[in-house]
Design a protein around this ligand. Structure first.
Ligand SMILES: Nc1ncnc2c1ncn2[C@@H]1O[C@H](COP(=O)(O)OP(=O)(O)OP(=O)(O)O)[C@@H](O)[C@H]1O
Length: 346
């Protein structure tokens, strides 16, 4: 199902939780809403679900006005961070629940319910646990049950709000991969809310990066990582360091030193963002920024180097990643060349 969010605004008192948000979600895609705490992800998800109403704007499901539909009529499946399984029901009963509470004239006969539940148990790979109660399951197993239960009613859209948020890192990683595979099999339009960028980048077809109630960028995982559209996205996704600069055509000045690199259209004040592994450390010279090595740390296969760089009005400390074999020593004066970088005005 296509979901079209048009100019949605939501205020809580004087606070703008969503500020003119527009987003088109394509049928069958898995989209992640990614952003820091308080950026409005859950509010947007709840509006799509029908649990919250916007102050302005529209939400359309395949062209139909979704805001005039109740939660039930919207046909959505939910999975939340905190397992909402029924404690007094077995795994089997939990999954069958949504099918059993349908009105009599829509309810399937018991053998069809059994067949459906068995299919789902198999799909989420917990067939052997059908007779257990939620208290007898691990956190990861409970979330699989929650997903199976959400899928039982064959929702038009699946909404996942930090579904793996309460699990430990290893289980999260396994479930992430599992969710990706499951989605490739089912192709149900899915929206995943997460503040974990690794999760968003690994699982989703497209990522919606949100900050302070606004959408900063929508793109594939590679697009948002390789071509961040705003300073916020560069800062939020992956590692980056930022230096205050003055841009002029094909040159950039940092703390009074001008080097010949493209200012990317920024004339005057701006910030240059670069990822630690995109900074080349060389000899000091006219075409490199001046840096002084403050600290060197081993970081997996590379070394991390803390560098002091003179900037307007003081000094900045930035971090570079260098391969073994080219590691400078503490106190050494070096030249720094940003190899891949983005300049944003302001
Ligand atoms: N019912 C409410 N009343 C008042 N303020 C609210 C309400 N619900 C959400 N907010 C505020 O709206 C903002 C956005 O909240 P939302 O839950 O959408 O953020 P989020 O991006 O999902 O954050 P998190 O990752 O922490 O869940 C927050 O500042 C929150 O405090």
């Amino acid at each position: 199902m296509n979901i079209d969010v048009q100019n949605v605004t939501k205020n809580f008192g004087a606070f703008k939780a969503l500020d003119d948000v527009s987003l088109k979600i394509r049928s069958g895609e898995l989209i992640a809403l990614l952003g820091p705490s308080g950026s409005g992800k859950t509010t947007l998800l709840r509006i799509i679900a029908g649990l919250e109403w916007p102050d302005g704007g529209a939400v359309r499901f395949d062209g139909e006005d979704a805001l005039s539909l109740t939660v039930k009529e919207r046909d959505v499946g939910f999975v939340f961070q905190h397992y909402a399984l029924f404690r007094h029901m077995t795994v089997y009963e939990n999954i069958a629940f949504g099918l059993r509470v349908r009105p009599r004239n829509e309810r399937q006969p018991e053998f069809a319910i059994k067949q459906k539940v068995e299919e789902l148990l198999h799909l989420v790979q917990i067939g052997s646990l059908a007779g257990r109660y939620p208290s007898q399951l691990s956190g990861g197993q409970r979330q699989r049950v929650a997903l199976a239960r959400a899928l039982a009613i064959e929702p038009r859209v699946l909404l996942l709000d930090e579904p793996f948020g309460a699990l430990d890192a290893k289980v999260r990683k396994d479930l992430r991969r599992w969710l990706r595979n499951l989605h490739s099999e089912l192709h149900v339009t899915s929206i995943l809310v997460t503040h974990d960028q690794e999760e968003a980048l690994e699982v989703s077809d497209r990522v919606v990066v949100m900050g302070q109630g606004k959408i900063e960028q929508v793109g594939t995982p590679s697009e948002v990582y390789d071509s961040p559209a705003t300073a916020f996205v560069h800062d939020f996704i992956g590692e980056s360091v930022a230096l205050p600069i003055l841009g002029q055509g094909k040159s950039v000045s940092v703390g009074g030193k001008t080097i010949a690199i493209d200012a990317q259209g920024v004339e005057g004040k701006g910030r240059l963002f670069v990822r630690p592994h995109d900074i080349e450390i060389s000899q000091p010279g006219p075409n490199a920024l001046d840096g002084k090595v403050l600290a060197v740390r081993r970081f997996g296969p590379t070394h991390r180097v803390d560098l002091e760089v003179p900037v307007d009005g003081g000094k900045a400390t930035i971090e570079a990643a260098v391969p073994a074999g080219r590691v400078p020593v503490i106190g050494e004066k070096v030249g720094l060349i940003p190899e891949r970088y983005r300049v944003f005005a302001g």
